[in-house]
Design a protein around this ligand. Structure first.
Ligand code: NAP
Length: 247
């Protein structure tokens, strides 16, 4: 059966684990050609090989989203191989939880570089291509921590995710017409994200909290729902949580 996902070219940053990996597998199984970016190319190659083994289309490119030329190269690679880009999923992210009093400024820098500037570099790379095609779909991964401040500990992470929502809403407003923008705001989802905190007490808290996490597939299905709508329907925001999650 042909769907609005079949044959779409979908570029995914942070596709080597968690939500990005699950989304790549889900969309590829539904007929999308996926182009996977992350730093761990061994993981990307393995995921792509498994997708191809079941008849899917997958390409990989080493991509550090803090390097704008690498994000541009990822989008360019998709265009070179498949001729177009239909969807860019700005998914790469880091969650380093610690109270502000710990002044972990290196981690603040990394979260801002990956979670905020990485998304902007994705927009910079794909927007001219989308304009040229007169179509395209940005899907930016924010968080429930971008709806409600996750403090103490998650203040800077929340700041980056509030920024993603603000940028996404401005993007939607500025480029709407033929280009769609969706922001996904997940609650606790099982992935490697929970291992990103160097502050021991916070890491322990996160480990306990994530016992209620739902599988990454849940986010993949939400993303598929946004993509499969007809071109004149733009799903702007999806918030999803484990049913038992309060925050
Ligand atoms: N899991 C949750 O509960 C949850 C909830 C809300 C929002 N989110 C958001 O969902 C997104 C995906 O996270 P996840 O939960 O799937 O965590 P994850 O399993 O840790 O995945 C993070 C991905 O980002 C990539 N990444 C990290 N730094 C990168 C960089 N500099 N350049 C390129 N890729 C980079 C990692 O790949 P490499 O290390 O190979 O580069 C990995 O593929 C993040 O934006 C996160 O904030 C997650």
């Amino acid at each position: 059966m042909s769907t609005n996902i079949d044959n779409k070219v979908v570029v995914i940053t942070g596709a080597s684990s968690g939500l990005g990996e699950a989304t790549a597998r889900h969309l590829a199984a539904r007929g999308a050609a996926v182009v996977l970016g992350a730093r761990r190319t061994d993981k990307l190659e393995q995921i792509a090989a498994e997708i191809r083994a079941t008849g899917g289309k997958a390409e990989v490119l080493a991509t550090d989203v803090t390097r704008k030329e690498q994000v541009q190269a990822l989008v360019d690679h998709a265009v070179r191989v498949f001729g177009r880009v239909d969807v860019l999923i700005n998914n790469a992210g880091l969650m380093a939880i610690a109270p502000l009093d710990e002044v972990k400024t290196d981690e603040w820098d990394r979260m801002i570089d990956i979670n905020v500037k990485g998304v902007l570099y994705g927009i910079a790379a794909a927007l001219p291509q989308f304009r040229q095609q007169n179509s395209g779909h940005f899907i930016n991964i924010a968080s429930v921590a971008g709806v409600k401040v996750f403090s103490p500990g998650g203040t800077v992470y929340s700041g980056t995710k509030f920024a993603v929502r603000a940028i996404s809403e401005g993007l939607r407003h500025e480029v709407g017409g033929s280009i769609r923008t969706t922001t996904i705001e997940p609650g606790a989802v099982d992935s490697e994200l929970k291992h990103g905190s160097s502050h021991q007490q916070s890491a322990q808290f996160v480990k306990e909290f994530y016992k209620l996490a739902i599988p990454a597939d849940a986010v993949a299905r939400a993303i598929a729902y946004a993509i499969e709508q007809p071109a004149d329907v733009d799903i702007n925001e999806i918030v999803l949580r484990p049913t038992v999650q309060e925050f």
